[in-house]
Design a protein around this ligand. Structure first.
Ligand code: UT7
Length: 332
């Protein structure tokens, strides 16, 4: 059986930088609160009419393809993780397929929020292991800023979420080569309403009504406290699950790349696992929480900065809306 390996990673973030200072002019917040509670100093928001989820993810994909030294026409399939697609229908995978000029390959969307990229990686990994595809583009990208309530009511989410795109090229390699060792995926729908966005809702009389707009049901709503409490437990559990499954210790991990939910969450995991700073990658300080985008963006940046080298043992972990949570262990 074949194995899958990340051949290259790329990313793109919109040019517009939104500082905490700028947010404090839109809502009742301040730099001290945001930095202390989230670790975020600034984030990127898209510019309407310039950035789309499709063109951002195409830029990230082209960078990943170039670094992987893979011609776009070699790609057999696209797995696109997002909860903020350009259209309600179709999904963003097909829009990316068109933008990249890839002729009639299959494309699917994964709608698993912050865990979306690891879910997408796992789906792609199965296709490669069965021999169905040889090279798959796996994307995680979001435009969250257009769905944030920027009034005082939405301030706890509005200061966290941001826009950005990341992509990796996954390729088939022989089983004795470095590559993806395992993925573990979980969900617990009991908590769906702790972090969700109701509209457009197909079970309403009309998907977008004036009432829906008046209620603000098209905004992302989050019970931050509940999410935080579950996140710190599930992150640790699912990382340990990956380590135990592969019979490796936490000391053997070269780099932990956690979903960038909140710097305090990453720091809590780091402290519980007793990992030194150089073994945990964070970029939430200047990019915010880009949901499905955080992990591929982080992989691309970590590689650029020389913090990921060939054969390094990398652990990915995520938690978010659903609740869903997931981990992946791989050799780069
Ligand atoms: O990406 C995956 C899913 N998301 C997450 O993992 C996020 C997890 N949760 C969090 O990161 C944190 O819960 C938040 C950063 C969202 C909130 O931090 P917190 O420490 O849990 O604050 P809180 O919601 O308990 O609010 C504390 C106080 C409240 O005021 P009172 O009631 O104590 O007077 C809030 O109204 O802070 C207030 N507050 C703010 N103040 C200034 C909430 N948001 C803000 C704000 N600026 N932006």
């Amino acid at each position: 059986m074949k194995k899958s390996r990340i051949l290259g990673a790329g990313h793109y973030v919109p040019e517009r930088i939104v500082t905490n200072e700028e947010l404090s002019k839109m809502m009742d917040t301040n730099n001290e609160w945001i930095v202390e509670r989230t670790g975020i100093h600034e984030r990127r928001w898209f510019t309407p009419g310039v950035d789309t989820l499709t063109n951002m993810s195409a830029k990230a994909s082209r960078m990943a393809l170039k670094r992987a030294k893979v011609d776009p026409q070699e790609i057999d399939f696209i797995v696109f993780a997002t909860i903020t697609s350009d259209y309600f229908v179709p999904g963003n995978g097909v829009l990316l397929q068109r933008e990249l000029g890839l002729t009639s390959i299959g494309a699917i969307d994964i709608k698993n929020a912050c865990s979306g990229f690891i879910y997408a990686l796992s789906v792609a990994d199965q296709f490669i292991k069965t021999g169905m595809y040889k090279k798959i583009l796996v994307v995680g990208a979001e435009i969250q800023s257009s769905g944030l309530d920027k009034s005082n009511e939405g301030r706890s989410s509005a200061v966290i979420f941001a826009d950005g795109a990341g992509a990796v090229v996954l390729g088939a390699v022989e089983n004795d080569q470095p590559g993806i060792m395992s993925t573990h995926l979980h969900s617990e729908g009991t908590h769906a309403e702790e972090l969700y966005c109701i509209g457009p809702s197909s079970s309403a009389e009309v998907r977008v009504s004036q009432e829906l707009i008046d209620r603000g049901d098209f905004f992302l709503k989050m019970n931050g406290n509940a999410v935080f409490k579950h996140a710190i437990v599930r992150f640790l559990e699912v990382i340990q699950e990956a380590l135990d499954y592969n019979g490796v210790t936490k000391e053997e991990v070269d780099l932990l790349v956690p979903h960038q939910a909140n710097l305090r969450i990453s720091q809590y995991i780091q402290q519980k696992m007793q990992l030194p700073d150089e073994k945990v990658f964070n970029n939430i300080m200047y990019l915010g929480n880009t949901t499905a985008g955080t992990i591929p963006i982080a992989l691309s940046e970590a590689w650029e900065q020389g913090r990921i080298k060939e054969n390094d043992l990398i652990c990915l972990a995520a938690f978010g809306s659903g609740f869903t949570w997931a981990s992946a262990l791989l050799r780069w």
